[in-house]
Design a protein around this ligand. Structure first.
Ligand code: EPU
Length: 335
């Protein structure tokens, strides 16, 4: 176990903000976590994964926890459904790569999403028509209030669009995910309906989950920044859901990209709204709107400050609101 005082967090947030925390705790087993003397650690507490969905707006005075629980266990019962128990500290993409190598289906569309397995359940990460919640059967957490481990079934996790039980204001900071139980399939269950995916695998005979993974990696690399090269936190905003009337005001002829939801409301890509406001490439200090996918704010100079990002965020939100009357909400957690 690693416990460090006044610790630099630059390598623990993919935006690469130069911030620090009062104390940093990294544990490798649930036993180590259970054995901590929480009362002695500086408050407040924050648990992070790879820090790929966070914006630190300044130094954090309390304790930052990080899981290094690293295990992937298959429970092969000879059935089509293959349960897999994965430690919270495993990089999500390592789990996806591993499951595709084993010929299992279910996680391949989530290839190359930054972040770790624990956070994938909290944030219900999603891409190309699949969300983590679709393949999660259960989650094991350490309850900081009761100081004991608790299990949640899929239904108890209350998964929604980039949302879960663990993100509800009353539960924030209470539960630390220690492992996630996924439900993968030996039988092929390709999900190819998201635009661009089917074309990317057309012509492949005997399609494997590894083929789909490779296609998704190609699509993502073409429009999302390489986290090793450019700091960012992936999509900065959520795609807004508006009423059909509001959509008509934005796009009287209906030509703007949109997805109709089952309740009749309309999801509009935030990327479209930002792009059509001419904000592609817009900069504030060292932060910029990414040219290839304007939903992403990047640390362009490598030394952008939290204030640069917040200023750019404010400019985007105000410009889109003035033009379309739609308020964008960040997907990235502000700490
Ligand atoms: N668009 C533009 N201009 C652009 C780029 C895109 O107008 O320069 C429009 C296009 O109409 C495009 C649409 O925006 O069709 C949507 O773009 P895309 O399908 O690439 O992605 P998204 O809906 O903006 C979501 C997730 C991504 C995920 C992709 C793929 C959110 C907030 N983001 O983005 O997730 O990878 O779908 O499934 O839901 C993340 O959460 O960090 C993330 C990257």
């Amino acid at each position: 176990m690693k416990i460090k005082l006044r610790y630099d967090l630059s390598t623990h947030n993919t935006f690469r903000m130069k911030v620090s925390c009062g104390c940093f705790v990294e544990y490798e087993t649930v036993k180590e976590l259970e054995g901590l003397n929480f009362d002695k650690l500086p408050k407040p507490f924050l648990h992070i994964g790879e820090g790929s969905n966070l914006l630190f707006t300044g130094d954090f005075p309390g304790t930052v926890f990080h899981s290094a629980i690293d295990m992937i266990k298959y429970v092969d019962m000879g059935l089509d459904e293959v349960p897999v128990i994965v430690g919270a500290g495993v990089r999500f993409d390592d789990f996806v790569a591993h499951s595709c190598r084993h010929g299992l289906w279910g996680a391949e569309n989530l290839s190359l999403i930054p972040g770790e397995v624990g956070a994938s359940a909290v944030q219900n990460i999603g891409a190309y028509g699949v969300e983590a919640g679709d393949i999660i059967k259960g989650v094991v957490c350490f309850d900081l209030r009761e100081r004991k481990s608790v299990k949640f079934t899929h239904d108890e996790c209350l998964f929604g669009y980039r949302d879960s039980f663990f993100k509800k204001p009353e539960n924030r900071g209470r539960y630390i995910v220690t492992s996630v139980l996924f439900r993968l399939s030996r039988k092929p269950v390709p999900k190819l309906d998201y635009k661009g995916v089917r074309e990317a695998v057309s012509g492949i005979e005997d399609l494997s989950s590894q083929d789909v993974r490779e296609a998704i990696i190609k699509i993502r690399n073409a429009k999302l920044p390489d986290p090793d090269q450019i700091g960012s936190a992936g999509s900065f905003f959520k795609n807004p859901v508006i009423s059909a009337n509001q959509f008509r005001l934005i796009s009287p002829d209906g030509s703007a990209p949109h997805y109709e939801l089952p309740d009749g409301s309309i999801k509009v890509p935030a990327a479209y709204l930002i792009d059509s406001c001419g904000l592609k490439g817009a900069e504030c200090g060292g932060a910029a709107v990414y040219e290839k996918q304007p939903l992403v704010i990047i640390n362009k100079s490598g030394c952008a400050t939290p204030q640069d990002v917040l200023e750019l965020e404010r400019r985007i939100v105000e410009t889109v609101r003035d033009r379309y009357g739609v308020t964008l909400h960040p997907e990235v957690d502000h700490i």
